[in-house]
Design a protein around this ligand. Structure first.
Ligand code: GTQ
Length: 370
């Protein structure tokens, strides 16, 4: 629906030669007349420059593999094929203010440590043997595992497999950090971290569902989750269990948020992540909300209708939903379930009070979701 700007309360000045001269004079002093841009800079509703895009893993995988021979990890810093939205290349965004890319690490490879203002997360697509050291803690991650690298945490990655590369999807809030002119970056003074002896120590300490540690480990005061790695098996099991007990969401099927086990909040202050299960044959209702989302098809195949366009997806494909775009998902199979991993900027939207959500109604209209 387009709302008319030719109404009292909107800018509706008709230009003439005198006004055009006036605008030129203002421009000479780095100034301008608000009414020439008012309706554009204060739209009735969000007007994202980002469009829905589907990146097929079958198209990208061979190109990601080729980068192994083309650049050394140490020269590239991170060997990543980034995914960019056509109108957001200038800020390296895949959608809105979110960045994503496919990072590949060859067998036996390891990279130097750094830290930056941007927060990062990983969703492993293929390969055994990947590891990352986050603030001195070594995490080992396998296919469909999710891990976080909170902002300003030292991190370095590697792959200890003898023969297979590892590919994971990176998600970062780089465009957000840059939009706010808040970017900082440091190379580790020793180039590499000295990891603690215990692998996946945060999983051992905080990974047992609702059991919370008492004592120093329970006194975690950082603004992000103390749990850095979320393995696939318990995640999938949690979805299957929830599906036995409830119908889930009409818009997302059975969906769960990766949580900070101490607060129940999002894993990091700027980005959150979900895993959702679409049961065999399930098709969701359409909704829209503020905030951008990037999906990775973790399991199965199906399609999503995003802003009126249909995108068919299968395992490993990545796609995005721009802010305020209508979207609905469907599992193509009558016998297999489908799982979508996704990450988003909802924590930013919520903390700034920008969150809004609407459902479509049977008569083609829409209504707010509380
Ligand atoms: O792993 O630190 O895809 O800093 C882009 C920027 C990954 C990382 C990316 C980064 C990283």
């Amino acid at each position: 629906m387009t709302l008319s700007d030719d109404v009292l309360g909107r800018a509706r000045v008709t230009d003439n030669d005198e006004l055009r001269d006036y605008y030129e004079e203002l421009a000479a002093y780095e100034a301008g007349a608000l009414w020439t841009v008012a309706n554009k800079i204060e739209p009735w509703f969000p007007q994202p420059a980002s469009v829905p895009v589907l990146w097929r893993y079958a198209d990208l995988r061979p190109l990601v593999m080729r980068s192994l021979d083309l650049v050394k990890a140490d020269d590239a810093g991170r060997r990543v094929v980034m995914l960019t939205n056509p109108e957001r290349r200038d800020v390296a965004a895949a959608v809105g203010l979110l960045y994503t890319g496919l990072q590949i690490m060859g067998p036996g490879e390891s990279m130097t440590a750094h830290r930056h203002q941007a927060a990062a997360l990983r969703f492993v697509v293929e390969g055994e043997g990947a590891w990352t050291i986050v603030d001195g803690q070594k995490l080992k991650v396998g296919p469909r595992d999710f891990a976080i690298t909170p902002n300003w945490a030292w991190h370095e990655h590697g792959n200890e497999s003898a023969d297979t590369p590892c590919i994971w999807q990176d998600g970062l809030d780089i465009p957000l950090v840059n939009a706010l002119d808040a970017g900082f970056y440091e190379v580790h003074p020793d180039l590499y971290q000295e990891p603690g002896k215990v692998i996946n120590s945060s999983l051992l300490t905080y990974g047992a569902g609702s059991m919370r540690p008492v004592g120093p480990a329970g006194a975690w005061s950082k603004p992000y989750s103390p749990l850095f790695a979320y393995p696939w098996e318990p995640t999938y099991e949690a979805l299957l269990d929830a599906a036995k007990a409830s119908d889930g969401s009409p818009y997302d099927g059975v969906i769960m948020e990766y949580g900070n086990p101490l607060t129940g909040g999002s894993v990091m202050p700027t980005m959150s992540a979900h895993m959702q299960l679409l049961r065999p044959g399930e098709a969701t209702q359409a909704h829209r909300h503020t905030g951008s989302v990037i999906y990775n098809v973790a399991k199965g195949s199906g399609h999503s209708v995003i802003a009126g366009r249909r995108f068919d997806w299968s395992e490993g494909d990545i796609f995005c939903v721009p802010s305020w775009a209508w979207h609905e998902h469907a599992n193509a199979s009558a016998s297999e379930d489908a799982c979508l991993f996704s990450f988003n900027d909802f924590p930013v939207m919520r903390s700034l009070t920008f969150w809004r959500e609407e459902a479509s109604t049977d008569d083609g209209g829409h209504q707010p979701i509380a």
